[in-house]
Design a protein around this ligand. Structure first.
Ligand SMILES: Nc1ncnc2c1ncn2[C@@H]1O[C@H](COP(=O)(O)OP(=O)(O)OP(=O)(O)O)[C@@H](O)[C@H]1O
Length: 258
């Protein structure tokens, strides 16, 4: 923990946003947002629907641009001219994996590496290594996305995002479409993966328990603003606003009568 704080103090955040704002028509205004994410940290963006969580991910990835303020990645401002090389250094996973349906999974995960001139042998070797790490049966790579289960598709999406060994991973509701048992298993595997790979991870989830399980820092948003940042314990013990505690504890736990 102390090294992370030191990194941030010296301005070496992996991602940062300074006074970033973004407006979509008259209905939604994000920011101004200030955010600094330390290398190798895992951050979960949480908050009600429409709070601006996915917008933050898109701004970090350069899929969208702020109206004002600056987004930096790995020490440099995000610039349209460098976008392709920047995107190769940030893995991005969306719900259901975002795979191309007309390509088999091996082709999906190897697409970018192939355009970068990797040899077929190197692509196969890397795909197999990642399949093992992500607990995907290697023969699943030969199938089309529609022939896999939701959990397997999500693993393929993760393998694709990790293919070029990027220092950062952005995950937008990666487990949102999965049934509870598969989701539970994948949460545990992802936590293990994040701990061993040392990537800077930013994920969006609607599930507060999942956020607390996977991330060392939660960023709670509402109406385009960051309401509070900290550990789940910080948010529960010292809520910055009356809204924080009910939001954190809103999810139902199972109660059955005898
Ligand atoms: N390209 C766009 N054009 C217009 N409005 C947009 C665009 N992208 C997002 N918005 C609006 O910005 C607001 C924030 O959207 P965003 O997807 O970031 O929220 P979110 O917190 O991720 O929500 P959810 O949890 O429902 O996915 C919403 O009101 C949305 O309708």
């Amino acid at each position: 923990m102390p090294p992370r704080i030191a990194w941030l103090r010296y301005g070496a955040a992996m991602f940062s946003m300074t006074a970033v704002s973004k407006r979509y028509g008259p209905g939604f205004a994000l920011g101004p947002i200030d955010l600094a994410l330390a290398p190798a940290s895992t951050t979960a963006l949480i908050g009600p629907s429409g709070a601006g969580k996915s917008t933050i991910l898109r701004l970090l990835l350069g899929l969208d641009w702020p109206d004002a303020g600056e987004v930096r990645f790995d020490g440099a401002p995000l610039r349209r001219a460098d976008l392709l090389s920047t995107r190769r250094r940030i893995g991005y996973v969306i719900q259901e994996g975002g795979l191309f349906p007309h390509l088999n999974c091996a082709a999906n995960v190897g697409l970018l590496a192939r355009t970068l001139g990797w040899s077929p042998a190197r692509i196969t070797e890397r795909s197999r290594e990642l399949a093992e790490r992500c607990q995907l049966p290697v023969d699943a790579l030969a199938r089309y996305p529609a022939e896999l289960s939701g959990g397997q598709r999500q693993r393929v999406g993760l393998i694709r995002a990790l293919m070029l060994d990027p220092p950062a991973l952005l995950l937008d509701e990666p487990l949102g479409a999965l049934d509870p048992i598969v989701r539970h298993d994948l949460q545990a595997q992802m936590r293990e993966l994040f701990a061993t790979l040392g990537k800077t991870v930013v994920l969006v989830t609607h599930d507060v328990a999942e956020a607390a399980f996977l991330a060392d820092r939660l960023v709670l948003m509402r109406d385009g603003a960051i309401i509070q940042q900290g550990s789940a314990r910080d948010l529960l013990d010292a809520p910055a606003e009356p809204f924080v505690r009910p939001f954190m504890t809103a999810q139902r736990s199972l109660k059955v009568s005898a």
